[in-house]
Design a binder for this molecule. Structure first.
Ligand SMILES: [Zn+2]
Ligand SMILES: [Zn+2]
Length: 279
């Protein structure tokens, strides 16, 4: 197993918060941090609930299994847009395998789905991403689960596909990466915007403007671990126990007290994913 040195734990948060998007299983592979240890480290800093996100059939099944064994974890299931592009003719088979998982009570979200024009540059791959995204939107509509969108360098097309397929009741823009104008477009569609550690990166002033501009009840925080580690640990492995760094930063951006910011993002996560799980 590869092991990369993990950053030290920050000060515990004064109130419980939810990591709205993480990959405990990839984190285990990437940094050697076992899932049970990651959950214990998160709990120690008051990150008491987590949304574990699948990116293919195997990791979606594993996310569902984690939701059964760990009451603080709920699952999101999906074929990630880059996986959809890679699957080619096998995409339909993978989607058919994924679909029955949606009925599991631990599944609160359909995603991460969407478009990734950064990693997928060919027209055929992007067409598969749009097809897969539309399929996931329809699944979210049928099941009532929250749609969780991955959008990398594809803001306009993400909105176009969403508008064409019909916006589900609940939508989360995971790893929000747009400016205030795009944030307003998302909020107009009823979306929550989930901010990762990139909020703390020095060049990302447009992202901070977006975080300042959106209505308070639309704000979420996430790690998207094992990547996007907040400052001052950018480049090191990420994990849910580092979420307090992003929460504290968001509190500063919004001019909120830390405890109030915790309550805000925690209540918003409950609204976005249905609540009623974990602490
Ligand atoms: Zn993503
Ligand atoms: Zn992710």
């Amino acid at each position: 197993m590869t092991t990369r040195p993990l950053p030290p734990a920050p000060e515990p948060l004064p109130r419980p918060v939810t990591d709205a998007h993480t990959h405990l299983l990839s984190t285990q592979e990437f940094s050697g941090l076992a899932v049970a240890d990651a959950l214990a480290a998160a709990r120690a800093v008051n990150v008491t609930r987590l949304v574990e996100v699948g990116v293919d059939v195997a990791s979606s099944r594993a996310a569902v299994a984690l939701s059964e064994t760990h009451p603080e974890v709920v699952a999101n299931i999906a074929i990630h847009p880059n996986d959809a592009a890679r699957l080619g003719v096998n995409l339909a088979g993978a989607l058919a395998e994924l679909e029955p998982l949606a009925a599991h009570p631990g599944v609160r979200g359909i995603g991460e789905t969407g478009l990734d024009y950064f990693r997928t540059t060919d027209a055929a791959g992007r067409a598969l991403q749009r097809e897969s995204f539309t399929w996931h939107i329809r699944l979210a509509q049928r099941t009532g689960a929250t749609l969780v969108i991955h959008d990398r360098d594809a803001h306009d097309d993400v909105l176009a596909v969403l508008d064409e397929a019909g916006v589900p009741e609940r939508v989360v823009m995971h790893c929000f990466s747009g400016d205030a104008a795009f944030a307003a477009e998302c909020v107009a569609r009823g979306a929550w915007l989930s901010f990762p550690g990139t909020l703390t990166f020095k060049p990302n002033e447009a992202l901070r403007e977006a975080a300042r501009a959106v209505p308070a009840d639309r704000l979420l925080v996430e790690t998207d671990a094992p990547y996007l580690t907040p400052m001052p640990f950018r480049g090191k492995p990420n994990s849910s126990y580092l979420l307090p760094l992003t929460v504290a930063f968001l509190a500063g951006v919004r001019g909120l007290g830390l405890g109030d910011c915790c309550d805000l993002v925690n209540d918003n996560a409950a609204a976005a994913f249905g609540g009623g799980w974990g602490a």
